[in-house]
Design a protein around this ligand. Sequence first.
Ligand code: NG6
Ligand code: CA
Length: 510
Amino acid sequence: MNRLLFLSALGLTTAGAAAQQTERPNVIFLVADDLGYGDLSCYGAQRVQTPAVDSVAQAGIRFTDAHAVASTSTPSRYSLLTGEYSFRRPDTGVAAGNAALIIRPDQYTLADAFRAQGYATAALGKWHLGLGAQTGKQDWNGEIAPGPADLGFDYSYIMAATADRVPCVYIENGRVANLDPAAPIEVSYRQNFPGEPTGRENPELLTKLRPSHGHDQSIVNGISRIGYMKGGGRALWQDESIADSIVSHAVAFMEREAGKRPFFMYLCTNDVHVPRYPADRFRGKSPMGLRGDAILQFDWTVGRITEALRRLGIAENTLLVITSDNGPVLDDGYADRAEELAGGHKPGGPFRGGKYSAFEAGTTVPFIVSWPGRIEGGRTDSALVSHVDALASMASLVGTQLPQGAGPDSRDCLDTWLGRRAGGQRDYVVTTGNNRNLEVRTEEWKYIEPRQGGPMVNWGPKIETGNSREPQLYRRTGGNDERRNVAAEHPDLVRQFQEVAARVKAGAAQ
Ligand code: NG6
Ligand code: CA
């Protein structure tokens, strides 16, 4: 008789984490975009070296079974910030650049949990959770609200969506940074503005990158994007300085707050999302082309942040989490030769699938936790970890009592995150490759709910979706083992997993 590892109906092996002492470290969530489990040298990459990330891992804990909730950005980030599974909301799919704010201002967020304890809070870099009250109705030349300021962030310096979506400008505290009155900004995801060039009609203007699929609308900085925009002038970003801009604003925020009050920074890089066009000093520096160069630039970002922590004398008392929003993709729509130059590099590490996928590489992400003053470094931990637990775990860390209804799917796993295996461990995690049907992982098993759709992503990226109309059950041995579907051999187990999925959907147990 097979025994599942569901030791409790609550999804935790103990009733909850042990009572925590309240502490007030600075906290940084440094979230990469589309960085795979296998993209860092501390996770086994060999064709690219990431010394700055590796030294954070060396000083902390490197988790080997950590999961984003979803295999694309918007739902993944929604869950990280709210502690609610994105599939509960139908409007959490990949957002356009002119989408309205997806998290409602009355929802409780990770930033709120820190702010309740007097923390300074900041959101930097990639946002991709919508802005403004109504889709398509933002005034990009005036105040853009509601936004991060309404979700608990005191300071924000963000990109509305992704680098491949218009508008290609930074938004600082609800207003376009460097707004150029001579070039008012207009944005549409329906139609072009008369006279404006597009990648489709004016490929001769694509001086930096050409699309491989999609991405053939407005041209900004010699790269065509998704969506149409007009104007922007001096406010338009240069892809080659996005990392520099994000880092300099992050460091400035840290300098302003260090020593005054503790801070929480949600610091999201554009690397290694498309279009990949890093700074001159990184282009051509990896054998893997622009995608490898973007990984080097990500590592540089990590190095700049840890250097600033040391310089400001706050390294010991800063909890730094390094992770990614979803799994990796090579060709995601630009002809940057990522596939051709990958060589033996496996961006998803040993796992099957990738971004967009229900297979493991879709949501298994790097996850490193360091806190030099408190965590003994140099460890690897195979505990199951889910981003959805950030809210309850961080609230527990700083002593915030979550209000009723906050983070309905978030559990206090602080002990696990800090490497204390005494309790608060998850015995399963729930993820979603399509933001609708679930996958359930235990230490030993992976269950994939039946779903519609073909076996491969059908719009360009060469990725296996994990879709099947039949239930899939795989026994895990730790590597690329989603190969032999044993559902038919284990009907009892399948039934148990179906029950878990049904309970999670009903909101009864997480
Ligand atoms: C897809 C884009 C892809 C990427 C993704 C979102 C096309 C053809 N592809 O629709 O390039 O932007 O959306 O990625 O448009 S995410 O990491 O932000 O979720
Ligand atoms: Ca992403």
